[in-house]
Design a protein around this ligand. Sequence first.
Ligand SMILES: [Zn+2]
Ligand SMILES: [Zn+2]
Length: 271
Amino acid sequence: MDGLLTFLGTGTSMGVPTLGCGCAVCTSADPRDRRLRPSVLVRWTEPGNQSRGDGARERVVVIDTGPDFREQALRNGLKRVDAVFYTHSHADHILGLDDLRPLSFVAFREGGPIPLYAAPETKAVLEQVFDYTFSPRATYPTRARVRLEPLAARNPVHGVEFLRVPVVHGQMEIAGFRMGRVAYLTDVSAIPEERFALLEGLDHVVLSALRHQPHPSHATVEQAVGWARRIGAGQTWLTHIAHELGHEATNRALPAGISLAYDGLSLAVSL
Ligand SMILES: [Zn+2]
Ligand SMILES: [Zn+2]
């Protein structure tokens, strides 16, 4: 299935510019140096079903709803969401969940709450942070119409399969995702040996690369380049980027076939 992957945000947890910082990247005039918190949008057209009388319709899935989700949805003209997948429970990946509310009212009228796919550890944090949404005793009338779904190895959504690719983020195991010939792996500090088999035959792979200096729970550019070579996708895109990396200079120094992603970039993908 032909689809589109759009980077809603490519910044690290603090975003770029980083508050209180006056460095060359944080004050850069290059729009590609302004990075909202990490998230991607996956879109495709689900073919209609003549026997059921359904027409073709656009499907929209978001991976992570960070603190910038509302602004990202506005910038990208997001009118509806069919599902959300969560990679893990850190603030930069979940705190925009509440901004799904208006879109969830649309989804609810069309057929039901928006499914949010989350592993058990992520689900537990979401239930705690958004208690007024998920508690069985919740009575807040305009709470988000969303429903937590267990994250399986394979998660079909309107004709596209979201395959879970477990990776390591510091001390945590978190979820990456493969959809057809594209994969999105953010917040990675290690890829277990056996996971590389899930990453064969890709046109595009997205890997996180924080900066050049080592970090306990994020890959450096050099580590990500090493994985990129091993995975051998047609094109590798780096995301979750800190203010140590200026877009233009960093991109120029990267090997062929590897580039920094930037907010708003869209890729034609085979899902
Ligand atoms: Zn993160
Ligand atoms: Zn994280």
